[in-house]
Design a protein around this ligand. Structure first.
Ligand code: 6CS
Ligand code: FE
Length: 304
């Protein structure tokens, strides 16, 4: 389907426009389930609804971290140099590997952990599937960051994701320090959609995954959001997870320290929020960026 099939006049979250428009208050709830529908107590659900994120320590156990680290190295070594799922830093080191859950049984097991899948189902209040997964490597000395953005802005504009009913789970595979490129978020920013100016370039993902310039909020918007809500940073031990709403403004700095930072990013989408035609792009993105051949993940694996 082309973008033409999306009726842009009735787009609930207009973006990639030729002129600036006012921010749009979020139409949907941030939390769709309740305390009885999963492992998160009310206090965590309330915090996620208010802040747009939640840090959960011990999401992946110590015993699984070293094997996952070795799996990362295996994938990096085995994937062809020109495999499109491998995104490289300008200097050539690997920055991201997409769809690792389809390349590695160990990563697929993480998706189904009872500390992961039930949390996604509870936050989204439905069966879920993986919209996108990636391993982000922030190599020592040369890791470059991600400018401020809302993932939903991209997933709506370029992947045709209708509503804000998706959640990301970033699991630290190495310790995340304040100074080695850890994720920064603007608390509460998930409650507002910030339309962006600038049409989506053709094959935008071939550049946006290294440096995103289209589909990012302007400096005035970012200044106001930070003045209102500040900035928090996701730091913590390997194995901890940052759950964040699809529309939360986030970004990360570069890593010039000797301490590499790698995370597994799992993006869960509700089965009631399947992708449609892009709202503001001319073609659909590859399956490894935006899953369309999907099936529900069902329930978590029995805890091992
Ligand atoms: O384009 C995307 O889907 C990806 N881009 C960024 C910068 N974060 C979200 C997502 O992984
Ligand atoms: Fe992002």
């Amino acid at each position: 389907m082309s973008a033409a099939s999306q009726d842009r006049l009735h787009d609930p979250y207009p973006t990639r426009l030729d002129h600036a428009i006012a921010p749009v208050p979020r139409h949907e709830p941030s939390v769709w389930g309740d305390a009885g529908s999963g492992p998160l107590p009310s206090v965590d659900l309330d915090a996620f609804a208010a802040q747009g994120y939640l840090i959960r320590p011990d999401t992946v156990g110590e015993d699984a971290l070293a094997p996952l680290g070795h799996e990362l190295e295996r994938l990096a070594a085995e994937l062809d140099a020109d495999d499109p799922r491998v995104i490289r830093e300008p200097g050539g080191t690997i920055r991201s590997i997409f769809a690792p859950h389809l390349l590695s049984a160990l990563v697929a097991d993480v998706v189904r952990l009872d500390t992961v899948l039930p949390v996604a189902r509870q936050l989204l209040g439905s069966d879920v599937y993986i919209h996108q997964a990636r391993i982000n490597l922030m190599p020592a000395f040369t890791g470059t960051g991600f400018y401020w953005h809302s993932d939903f802005e991209t997933w709506h504009a370029e992947d045709g994701m209708p509503a804000m009913r998706a959640v990301s789970c970033s699991i630290a595979l190495t310790r995340n320090y304040p100074y080695n490129g850890s994720l920064m978020v603007i608390p509460g920013s998930h409650r507002t959609f910030y339309p962006c100016v600038g049409a989506t370039p053709r094959d935008h993902h071939t550049s946006s995954l290294v440096a995103q310039r289209i589909g990012v909020p302007d400096e005035n918007t970012l200044t106001k959001a930070v003045d209102a809500d500040g900035i928090e940073q996701f730091t913590g031990a390997a194995g901890s997870a940052l759950w964040f709403d699809c529309n939360l403004l986030h970004g990360s700095g570069s890593n010039i320290t000797p301490l590499p930072r790698s995370n597994v990013f799992l993006v869960f989408n509700s089965v009631d929020n399947l992708l449609t035609a892009p709202y503001a792009a001319d073609g659909i993105r590859p399956e490894y960026l935006a899953a369309r051949a999907t099936r529900s993940l069902g329930l978590a694996a029995p805890s091992a």
